[in-house]
Ligand binder design. Structure first.
Ligand code: MTE
Ligand code: MO
Length: 318
């Protein structure tokens, strides 16, 4: 269930002291400060003698679309990841992505639009107000988190590109750079990672492009410097480190559907009633909790998005 949050709650107020300490520690890495510089983000010194420059994204407004559920501990959000470009191991991306270069970062925008262009990340972000969106995030492997993302509504960005009437789908592509991404030297997946949304899904106010979490620039292992977040779908739809956004008339291919067409589909809507062929999707483990909980239809966002799938067979929406 979604509740309204007052606009003046700063991300700093929803994080505990431990989280702040962790934040200081990881923010000392240069990759973050470089991204901050390129994204036109200002740096603020923390009143701590061991802290170098901590990154701040500037003004972040809080969104009424946030959940009021307890957020997952910061350390878990940044140390338990799926990022196959680095490793299939969940703990390894944090270490292996440490020196990943996120600046300069160019996003190529192509296809059925009036304004195709190559954007520097800072230019892509400039006209937009950053928002905090606290979302439930449900991985297809039956674990979940609650993450305070910092991002911008995808729909606002898409409108700037002026899609034409043939734009029925939008495709996203992750960087291909095996030199920096050791996982890409093996064919665990079809590289580069690609994902897609139907246009009406992409234009839904819940879909965001994230540049941060917990009030700070995205850690590399979480998909820096730019990743998609679609909270009513399984986590694999939320593609990381995006370098290309392409608009198309036909449904794009997606990495996981290519890897296992019987197991992963284009829609990947969270549905507790449709099992994965190898495990149940009815329950999930919230990271940091001991007892499993019921998985909610459309990850708890049914009220907002169920209408997008009216008349479609839920069994085809996996
Ligand atoms: N490029 C890319 N994007 C990706 C993945 C990946 O391996 N590569 N993993 C996906 C999966 S399966 C999940 S659950 C989420 C994990 O996001 P997190 O590590 O920020 O929690 O990222 C998704 N996006
Ligand atoms: Mo996932």
């Amino acid at each position: 269930m979604l509740i309204k949050r007052p606009d003046d709650i700063k991300p700093s107020e929803i994080t505990d002291e431990k989280i702040h300490l962790h934040r200081r520690r990881f923010l000392k890495t240069s990759a973050h400060t470089t991204l901050a510089a390129v994204a036109g983000i200002h740096l603020t010194d923390l009143p701590l003698k061991d802290a170098a420059a901590a990154v701040s994204l500037g003004k972040i407004t809080s969104s009424p679309l946030s959940t009021d559920e307890k957020t997952t501990v910061f350390k878990d959000v940044i140390s338990y990841n799926n990022f196959y470009e680095f490793s299939t191991d969940k703990e390894a991306p944090a270490r292996l992505a440490k020196n990943f270069r996120t600046s300069p970062w160019t996003v190529s925008v192509e296809g059925e639009i009036n304004k195709p262009a190559q954007y520097q990340l800072e230019d892509l972000l400039k006209p937009h107000q950053l928002e905090e969106r606290i979302y439930r995030f449900r991985c297809v492997e039956a674990w979940s988190m609650v993450i305070p993302w910092v991002g911008i509504p995808l729909r606002d960005v898409i409108k700037r590109f002026e899609p034409n009437s043939r734009a029925k789908f939008v495709e996203f592509t992750t960087l291909y750079d095996p030199e920096q991404m050791p996982g890409q030297r093996r064919r665990t997946l079809n590289w580069p990672y690609v994902e897609g949304l139907r246009m009406d899904e992409a234009m839904h106010p819940l879909a965001i492009l994230a540049v941060g979490l917990y009030g700070q620039v995205l850690p590399n292992q979480n998909g820096a410097p730019l990743r998609l977040v679609v909270p009513w779908k399984y986590g694999f739809k939320s593609i990381k480190s995006i370098v290309k956004i392409r608009f198309a008339e036909t449904q794009p291919q997606t990495t996981w559907a290519l890897a296992g067409p019987g197991e992963y589909g284009f829609y990947a809507n969270v549905n507790p009633q449709v099992d994965h062929p190898r495990w149940s999707q009815s329950r999930e483990r919230r990271i940091g909790e001991f007892f499993k909980r019921d998985t909610l239809m459309l990850n708890g966002y049914a009220e907002q998005v169920a209408h997008l799938y009216q008349g479609m067979d839920p069994k085809t929406l996996f």
